[in-house]
Unconditional design. Structure first.
Length: 580
């Protein structure tokens, strides 16, 4: 099994362990890749607002495909840069990047994923492949004889190579919309080349289907509408409740920020399950704030929405500045604030016009609203006549901070108090299975115990079954995650938590976690004992098996585990590692 630090594409998320959740989305992407083998995958357009984790998902998808090394599935990832480029320059880089990543995969040279080889280097690699050598010669010929045809030729290179080699080059084009903003015509640098619109044909390719993704939903929607159903649309939202909770525990450990079992679900809820809001609230915590009380959480999120200091506010501020400039209308502020106040209700154009007493015609209002939807600061309602806010209390808070005093004549202090009162009505009651919640708690506390230099004796009831030394140190761990292994060709088993030590000479932990009101049944205990017996014969590293029950164990269950050499984690001892 590959390791996270083996990934060829450096992920923008930073530490790969910070990638959490997105199991359903990743499953969908991997199924799409498998369907491509049978020439059954339709190109997709992923729409997601900034900081929702779109890029993290797509970069991890690329890395998984690369590491799987399926010769039929070759990934290509390109994030369109947010800078002005001449079409000819963009075309050559796009073409060279396509072939570079093809050779990076086929020659198993991961370093090439992080660079772009020159045409001379590519020709040298292709010298012994008749088709690829001819492919590169044809590109150079097109560039010399008919420069205006170079982009269509470069754009379809992945399709030609895929069809000739009977493989599937899966193209992932992140921030796709920037092709329509930052790539300009060579003949007229004042004219945008609108390269997105040229994907009518390439989108139909079954040999090299594409995932095009963008962070501006309204803008991307317009582009996909122009491409007339060539791409199946997919809206990427926030985390599920369980994923949000996992993110809270993961980020709290990564940034060494104390939390409690009570505030963890509260943080997830007040942040609306948004990965960016959760990360920013935890990572940017001011020295005088803490996340071990609900009031501390409210103070921290209020700080993050402050125009002076908050990363959330700065991110949305940039977004709003660009959007309002494009709409170029003072009434836009009033409209957005009005609909934000009435969330989640919708308002039709007539209501908006009357309530705000706008000095414009209905057709002018319709055009303003359309622009605000395209700019991703309003949402279309249940019809083209109806509109609503984004349904994002944090966005609404930032918007009120920036424009509320100007429009409503209310102070920032009053706005802050309104926000805190709203957050105080939330109680962190997430729809998270008790067993999943227990897994997150155990994982977090073991990581904290590792940081504090704890041993097995510090966290288990009886440290000596099977001759296991109580002084065995816990961690440090490379990671703690679910693990699946096969008992035979057809039968697999899942272990709730596999704590993998950073040092091969240290001890790994395999942990079964249960949170049942009356304690786990004996058949569950016996099943884990069978898993231990099947797994330990194949282990390459020293491993201790542990069982955790939130509500305790019967004497018979405890005796069975002891006889099998399985340690029992003590909930009370483990609770001592709630904070750093």
């Amino acid at each position: 099994m590959w390791q996270l630090d083996d990934y060829p594409l450096a992920e923008e998320i930073g530490n790969p362990e910070l990638f959490v959740g997105r199991e359903q989305e990743m499953t969908r992407l991997l199924e799409w890749a498998e369907d491509a083998k049978r020439l059954q995958s339709k190109s997709m357009g992923i729409l997601s607002r900034r900081k929702k984790g779109k890029t993290a998902l797509l970069q991890r998808f690329f890395n998984i495909l690369y590491m799987r090394n399926d010769p039929q599935l070759i990934p290509f990832y390109y994030r369109i840069p947010e800078k002005l480029q001449a079409e000819s320059d963009f075309t050559e880089v796009f073409y060279r990047r396509t072939l570079t990543q093809y050779f990076a995969f086929t020659t198993r040279t991961p370093d090439w994923v992080r660079t772009v080889l020159s045409m001379d280097e590519l020709k040298e690699l292709a010298a012994f492949d008749r088709h690829l050598a001819e492919e590169i010669r044809n590109m150079e010929d097109v560039q010399a004889r008919a420069p205006t045809s170079a982009w269509p030729f470069a754009q379809e290179a992945a399709h030609r190579i895929s069809a000739a080699k009977d493989v599937r080059i899966l193209q992932i084009l992140d921030e796709f919309q920037y092709m329509n903003k930052y790539v300009v015509s060579d003949a007229d640098p004042q004219r945008v080349a609108l390269l997105c619109h040229s994907y009518m044909g390439p989108a139909e390719s079954k040999y090299s289907p594409q995932i095009v993704a963008g962070s501006y939903i309204g803008w991307m929607t317009e582009i996909l509408r122009h491409l007339t159903a060539r791409y199946r649309r997919w809206h990427l939202g926030g985390f599920t409740d369980e994923e949000a909770l996992e993110a809270v525990y993961t980020y709290a450990y990564a940034y060494r920020v104390p939390i409690t079992d009570e505030t963890a679900p509260y943080i997830a809820e007040v942040c609306g399950g948004d990965p960016f809001y959760i990360a920013a609230t935890i990572a940017n915590l001011p020295a005088e704030k803490d996340l071990t009380t609900e009031q501390g959480v409210r103070d921290a999120l209020t700080f993050e929405t402050s125009v002076e200091d908050g990363e959330i506010a700065h991110t949305w501020g940039e977004y709003l500045a660009d959007a309002i400039d494009r709409v170029n209308d003072q009434n836009a502020h009033k409209i957005v604030l009005y609909l934000a106040k009435h969330e989640p209700e919708e308002r039709d154009r007539t209501q908006i016009h009357q309530d705000l007493k706008l000095d414009m015609t209905d057709s002018e209002l319709a055009e303003r609203l359309k622009k605000l939807v395209r700019a991703d600061i309003l949402a279309q309602g249940s019809s083209n006549f109806r509109y609503r806010g984004l349904g994002d209390r944090v966005f609404a808070m930032v918007f009120r901070r920036i424009y509320g005093e100007e429009i409503d004549r209310v102070t920032v202090e009053e706005i802050d108090e309104d926000f805190k009162r709203e957050l105080a009505t939330l109680k962190g009651r997430l729809s998270v299975h008790k067993g999943a919640l227990a897994e997150h708690r155990v994982r977090y506390r073991l990581l904290v115990a590792s940081l504090r230099g704890a041993t097995l004796a510090d966290v288990v009831r009886d440290p000596r079954p099977g001759g296991i030394e109580p002084t065995t140190p816990i961690g440090p761990f490379k990671g703690i995650r679910k693990a699946r292994f096969f008992l035979d060709h057809d039968t697999s088993r899942e272990i709730d938590l596999h704590a993998e030590s950073e040092d091969k000479d240290r001890t790994d932990l395999m942990i079964e976690v249960k949170d049942w009101e009356k304690g786990p049944a004996l058949d569950v205990v016996r099943r884990f004992i069978k898993v231990k017996k099947a797994r330990e014969s194949r282990l390459e590293r020293k491993t201790v098996f542990l069982f955790y029950s939130e509500s305790g164990l019967s004497e018979e269950a405890a005796a069975l585990l002891h006889e099998a050499g399985i340690l029992v984690l003590d909930p009370q001892k483990l609770a001592g590692f709630e904070v750093f």
